[in-house]
Design a protein around this ligand. Structure first.
Ligand SMILES: C[C@H](OP(=O)(O)OP(=O)(O)OC[C@H]1O[C@@H](n2cnc3c(=O)[nH]c(N)nc32)[C@H](O)[C@@H]1O)C(=O)O
Ligand SMILES: O=c1nc2n(C[C@H](O)[C@H](O)[C@H](O)CO)c3cc(O)ccc3cc-2c(=O)[nH]1
Ligand SMILES: [Mg+2]
Length: 309
């Protein structure tokens, strides 16, 4: 069994590659929930929905949120009515979020997500990291703001001084799925706001130390491939590089996959015993399968699986 720790962009790209190499029923995804929030009465779980759409092969791969080929009739009409939405939510995506909001009135998030996973015909297990709300705050030189205010309204421009979120309890099956895995894969997600909240939960690091853990870096040199990870890393006192990431994960990390052009390779090799390199930019499914093969190579046998599914 393989358990993947994932956010809503980098992790899902690697998941697409892993899905080509292993049976989907042998895959468990623990998804970040730190940025979940109620928006105008709708419960929004961005990374959960992106992971579900990715596993169901309906994700919009241009934005890494929402569904491919969705329509935006309600979103556009709300604008006309003078109530523009912060998030561009498609009509089918909205229905899916309305369903999750209704399910959450009766069940916890884990159960609601499991019902939706089955409706999408997904065989992998999808575990939200927690059923509690983290209320993440981004502390900037323009004051404290909500995650999506920072990311979308301010376009991640303000200087970040700190990132804070409540320490929440792991959801059911999270610890157990890590402990029962042949390998835990940490996707190239944002180390601070996607992976950090998962590994800082009670019992997670202890569980990760018991199993083989492999991670892919979201950095090349001093820059992430996309998004605000560099600002967040500096804000919490880590350099925005693969070396900074390996210092965050070093207590439990066994294998680290870096880009073959990463100038921090030597420093990382002093900390992590098993370092692999390849081109870790994932533009297409060929790239994603290649990176996934380097992650699993020699640890998890994928030979008996026809990869041209
Ligand atoms: C806003 C975004 O958060 P979220 O949508 O949750 O994304 P993740 O935390 O899952 O990932 C962001 C992370 O992904 C890295 N990334 C993106 N594309 C690639 C790639 O092709 N290869 C690779 N090794 N990493 C990739 C990127 O550097 C980001 O840091 C957010 O926080 O950015
Ligand atoms: O930057 C944006 N992110 C959007 N996101 C992504 C969201 O901001 C995520 O929290 C981040 O990408 C980090 O995971 C959406 C996610 C959804 O589930 C549904 C709709 C959106 C819409 C947007 C958007 O308009 N702009
Ligand atoms: Mg995220």
């Amino acid at each position: 069994m393989i358990t993947v720790l994932s956010g809503g962009t980098g992790g899902p790209k690697l998941i697409q590659g892993l899905k080509k190499l292993i049976k989907e029923e042998d895959l468990t995804i623990i998804v970040n929930t730190v940025e979940n929030f109620y928006y105008r009465g709708l419960y929004i779980a961005p990374d959960v929905d992106t992971v579900l759409y990715t596993l169901a092969d309906i994700v919009n791969e241009k934005t890494w949120y929402g569904r491919r080929d969705d329509t935006f009739v309600t979103h556009e009409y709300l604008k006309k009515l003078g109530c523009p939405e912060l998030l561009k939510i498609g009509d089918k995506d909205r229905a899916f979020k309305i369903q999750k909001t209704i399910l959450k009135e009766k069940y916890d998030l884990s159960k609601a997500v499991d019902i939706q996973r089955k409706i999408l015909g997904i065989k992998a297990q999808v575990l939200p990291m927690s059923n509690q709300e983290s209320n993440i705050k981004i502390i900037t030189d323009e004051g404290e703001m909500k995650f999506h205010e920072f990311l979308i309204e301010k376009n991640a421009k303000p200087n970040v001084l700190d990132v804070s979120y409540k320490n929440v309890k792991p959801a059911p099956k999270v610890i157990e799925s890590i402990e029962n895995s042949d390998i835990v894969v940490i996707g190239p997600s944002n180390p601070v706001t996607s992976i950090g909240p998962i590994i800082s939960m009670k019992g997670v690091k202890k569980a990760l130390k018991k199993v083989y853990v492999a991670a892919v870096s979201p950095f090349l040199g001093n820059k992430p491939f996309s998004g605000p990870a560099a600002k967040f890393m500096k804000a919490i006192g880590y350099e925005p590089t693969s070396y900074g990431v390996c210092l965050m994960y070093k207590d439990f990390l066994d294998r680290f996959v870096l880009d073959n052009k990463d100038i921090h390779l030597k420093k990382v090799e002093k900390i992590i015993k098993d370092v692999k390199t390849t081109n870790i930019l994932m533009r297409n499914i060929k790239d994603k399968v290649r990176v996934a093969k380097v992650v699993l190579g020699g640890i998890y046998d994928t030979d008996d699986f026809d990869t041209d599914r």
